[in-house]
Write a protein that binds this ligand. Structure first.
Ligand code: 4NP
Length: 173
């Protein structure tokens, strides 16, 4: 079964929403069977439930993420998962640096979530913005970006295209 790990900094705001949005998407695609998890590059919140603002935002969109528990990215994740999907470029660079050398940990393909969001939706953003220090509207923005990108991500993973990018429609770019 293909497997995907969503990655952010604390694993309490963005990647739990990403995990929830992706699980909700594949629940509507019975033919898409994925092992799904999320993690943070930092371990400060390990063992905690998602931020209450993430739980509330997901719930507003019909998704229950309250049972998730935070954990830190581990060396084994590079061997266990086919895809690691980073929320921003810091997370991507940190994960890239932490990949252990050798074939055993060469499995996971490391990609940026924002690359699967259509340019018109992502605007001038370079990553999924960290909503931790802001208000609820930031969590809604994160959900909107994730919801827009997940179908593209699913399509790319099923096609086995690690460098897939969400492009502008032909003729308008
Ligand atoms: P996340 O957000 O990476 O989307 O889970 C954050 C959560 C916690 C902290 C920063 C960002 N923190 O500094 O504790």
């Amino acid at each position: 079964m293909p497997s995907v790990l969503f990655l952010c900094l604390g694993n309490i705001c963005r990647s739990p929403l990403a995990e929830g949005a992706f699980r909700a998407l594949i629940a509507r695609h019975p033919d898409a069977d994925f092992a799904v998890d999320s993690a943070g590059t930092g371990g400060w919140h390990a063992g905690e439930a998602p931020d209450p603002r993430s739980v509330a935002t997901a719930r507003r969109h019909g998704v229950d993420i309250s049972a998730q528990r935070a954990r830190q990215l581990a060396a084994e994740d590079f061997a266990r998962f086919d895809w690691i999907v980073a929320m921003d470029s810091d997370n991507l660079e940190t994960a890239s640096r932490r990949r252990p050398a050798g074939d055993a940990h060469a499995r996971a393909r490391l990609v940026a979530m924002i690359d699967f969001v259509h340019p018109e939706v992502r605007g001038r953003l370079r990553g999924v913005p960290d909503p931790y220090y802001g208000g609820l509207d930031g969590f809604e923005e994160v959900w909107a970006l994730l919801a827009a990108g997940m179908p593209n991500l699913l399509e790319a993973m099923r096609a086995g295209l690690p460098d897939h990018r969400a492009e502008a429609p032909r003729g308008t770019a």
